[in-house]
Ligand binder design. Structure first.
Ligand SMILES: [Zn+2]
Length: 359
């Protein structure tokens, strides 16, 4: 029995594969991934997105063709998924708006790449594919319904329902970064005031650091900012770790606003899991206690569904009254956790989006 099973594995053809493309970062990254989630190859091209649309598309198509030629003996190419920063019109496969990709709007991106590759192409928002990646192979593996909040320069969001990206009517669902958390707050580029990404993102951390420095009462922050040419959100986090009260205060504020956002999402969506990803998410221990405190205070759904054993970083020591009452009565708990795949989430998710489309 064991021998025949081994032979079966040896002689069964490799599963089909798809290509995932991450156009969101500074470099163009491309991966070939099998339909059961194995990475065949990952390529990072030196191509800077800034060199312009045509050259980026040329180099992307060349690399996709190289990868598909290399692995075509092992399985069929199901298609390519491309994660793009910006708002995408799913019906036309065009970018409506993208701050990072000037010159790409109103250009038939998907049709042009499909023409060159002769394969099915899906264009997706980068936060949506990151959410799908975490749901497929990351923190939410095996969890059907999940929202992923990606904390970077801004806040990205994606909702996955029954293993598929929830696009909304025309692909604009999941704009968590522009949920209002402070009605009279800072103006946002979107036209609103007090958007979540103005309070719980890397740029929010830098804004709070600048304000603290300008007040003249945060000498350690001022010293770090003037001596470190790379001064950024990570520097503020390092100061918080060293116990600097102003840096710690910044992350407490950050956690509080992130908690307000999550409480709203939990109340509205009642999903199995909420995953926090993106570069800033790694400062978890600095913001999570305040985040959880805020969620407990503001979300009745969380109060009724919080797991009894909170993460060790949640050290507020509060009684989980509602949670304790339902303990043992139901296993359906709201889980809030950190992402696992880092910057690869979008690559895997883009490949998955193409594979799902091909089914
Ligand atoms: Zn906004």
């Amino acid at each position: 029995m064991r021998i025949s099973l081994t032979l079966l594995i040896l002689f069964s053809p490799m599963p089909d594969f798809s290509i995932g493309v991450d156009l969101g970062g500074t470099n163009l990254r491309i991966a070939a991934v099998t339909s059961d989630g194995q990475l065949l190859e990952k390529v990072t091209l030196g191509t800077k997105v800034i060199i312009g649309r045509n050259q980026v598309i040329n180099e992307m198509c060349d690399a996709i063709q190289r990868l598909s030629a290399k692995y075509k003996s092992t399985g069929k190419l199901l298609g390519a998924g491309i994660g793009v920063p910006g708002i995408i019109d799913m019906a036309t496969g065009m970018l409506r708006k993208s701050a990072n990709l000037p010159g790409w709007e109103e250009y038939p991106v998907r049709a042009e790449i499909e023409r060159r590759l002769g394969a099915r192409v899906v264009l997706e928002n980068d936060a949506n594919v990151a959410a799908l990646g975490e749901q497929w192979l990351g923190a939410a593996q095996g969890v059907p319904n999940v929202a992923v909040v990606t904390l970077g320069t801004g806040i990205g969001g994606g909702i996955v329902l029954n293993g598929k990206i929830w696009h909304g009517m025309n692909g604009m669902a999941g704009e968590f970064g522009h949920v209002t958390v402070e009605p009279e707050g800072y103006p946002c580029g979107c036209g609103n005031h007090g958007c979540a990404e103005k309070y719980a993102s890397a740029s929010a951390i830098m804004r709070m650091a600048r304000e603290a420095i300008a007040s003249g009462e945060a000498p350690e922050l001022a010293q770090a900012a003037s001596s470190d040419p790379e001064f950024g959100a990570k520097s503020v986090y390092n100061l918080a770790l060293q116990g600097d009260e102003h840096a710690r205060h910044i992350f407490r504020t950050f956690g509080r606003y992130l908690g307000i956002l999550l409480a709203d999402l939990i109340n509205v969506l009642n999903l199995d899991m909420y995953v926090i990803g993106g570069g800033v998410s790694s400062a978890w221990d600095a913001y999570a206690p305040n985040m959880f405190e805020e969620i407990r205070e503001r979300s009745l759904v969380y109060a009724a569904t919080a797991p009894a054993d909170l993460p060790s970083s949640d050290s507020s020591g509060k009684e989980e009254g509602a949670a304790a009452q339902i303990e043992g009565r139901s296993e359906r708990k709201t889980i809030i956790t950190r992402a696992l795949l880092g910057s690869d989430a979008g690559l895997y998710g883009a490949a998955r989006a193409a594979a799902v489309l091909a089914v």
